[in-house]
Design a protein around this ligand. Structure first.
Ligand code: GMT
Length: 385
């Protein structure tokens, strides 16, 4: 198939899923065209079967807000026409599904190209496009409209599919295709761990990790609170991977607790598959997670997560089996849970193995990518005229 993919190309779960999906589809022989504002950060630019089309938004003194959505719609239509794309797959509803709708309508009309073409588009909902941004009164009607007009809609968890039906009154089909991880790339390689771990923790210390875009919804301050409590009892270090609005507040809190020297603020990192396996436990105390891709990536590396019982997280983490679940903001219970687990090596080992097994058995690329291929075919068959 010839597939156009649009996503936010910078750091963030939806962009990661879109990029990894493109890479996996290309490896299976599909031609994948990324139509994005810059090259997605997990692409090297050297992958076979992957093409990148930059959306450039020209500015003009009159434009207080450069019209990215229109430039994107135009580029989508041009690329679809020139490369005879079979479909577009957009990740994150706002504004990508609206641009795709426009592109699809442009291609169906005589005014754009001599040959009218049918270009179905699929919208994948990731979370904040529905739960936060999409519910903003200024975005809700257009988001609902573009979702309803999509030729296919997928959601990354059952929770998000239900939430979309409730909040937007969507009655059409929403296919649940959960997030995935490449279990060969995300895996603990003992030699690499032995080489890299001493940079972050000594042999007698426990190592925690948190990975996010440091937005309020991630509750990074709770990560520091949990870690500070653990560090009072057990020799420990913390790797904070990512950057965003709450980073400086996290730094101040670390100073207040006197744990600043025990925390590695690593900023944005490309090689998270090499960093995650170094840790013992992940901390993901989010206010909301429609899925929790960061936890899945850690679990594939045998690193269970201490997480909150929110959104789609319980579809991934089974409490006391492959991780631990807590109520939002209960940092004391999270710290106590982590300490108790780390003091019981057999229980910790069993949980680490269960985490890896969950990733392999339920969320591996080999299991999930065919679901996308089948869904693409279904949408194409339905829309063949
Ligand atoms: O969590 C974010 O702020 C980023 C956001 C995104 O779209 O980039 O993440 C959402 O999509 C991820 C990939 O599908 C999910 O793993 C996250 O759970 C989801 N975030 C929220 O629902 C808050």
């Amino acid at each position: 198939m010839k597939i156009g993919i649009t996503c936010y190309p910078t750091y963030g779960g939806s962009g990661v899923v879109a990029t990894e999906l493109g890479i996996e589809l290309a490896a299976r022989g599909h031609q994948v065209h990324f139509i994005t504002s810059s090259q997605p950060f997990r692409l090297t630019g050297r992958e076979a079967n992957i093409h990148f089309h930059e959306v450039s938004v020209s500015t003009y003194p009159l434009f207080e807000y450069p019209p990215y959505d229109l430039a994107l719609a135009t580029r989508m239509a041009e690329v679809a026409d020139f490369y005879s794309l079979d479909l577009l797959h957009v990740h994150y509803a706002i504004p990508h599904s609206v641009s795709a709708l426009l592109a699809s309508q442009m291609l169906a009309s005589h005014s754009f190209a001599e040959r009218r073409r049918n270009l179905p588009f699929i919208t994948t909902l990731h979370g904040t496009d529905i739960t936060l941004v999409g519910l903003d009164p200024s975005y809700l009607p257009i988001t609902r409209f573009a979702i309803e007009r999509s030729h296919g809609v997928t959601a990354i968890s059952s929770h998000l599919a239900d939430r979309t039906r409730e909040a937007f009154g969507i009655t059409g089909e929403i296919e649940v295709i959960r997030n995935f991880v490449n279990c060969d790339v995300y895996a603990r390689q003992p030699d690499l761990v032995a080489e890299m771990r001493p940079r972050f923790a000594s042999a007698n210390e426990h190592l925690f990790v948190h990975l996010s875009n440091f937005r309020a919804v991630k509750r990074v301050l709770d990560v520091v609170e949990v870690f500070a409590r653990v560090a009072r009892v057990l020799p420990s270090r913390l790797m904070l991977i990512g950057d965003g609005p709450d980073r400086s507040a996290a730094e101040h809190l670390a100073l207040r607790h006197g744990v600043q020297d025990r925390i590695h603020f690593l900023g944005k990192q490309d090689n998270v598959n090499e960093l995650l396996p170094l840790a013992d436990l992940m901390i993901m105390p989010s206010q909301m997670e429609s899925f929790g891709l960061a936890a899945l990536e850690a679990m594939a590396c045998g690193v269970p997560a201490i997480a909150t019982r929110v959104g789609g997280v319980p579809e991934l983490i089974e409490n006391h089996v492959n991780g631990l679940l807590f109520e939002i903001g209960d940092v004391d219970a999270m710290a106590d849970g982590a300490i108790a687990l780390l003091k019981a090596p057999d229980r910790f080992q069993a949980m680490s193995q269960a985490a890896r097994r969950t990733a392999q058995d339920r969320f591996c690329t080999t299991r999930i990518i065919p679901l996308y291929e089948e869904y693409y075919q279904r949408v194409l068959d339905r829309n063949a005229s």
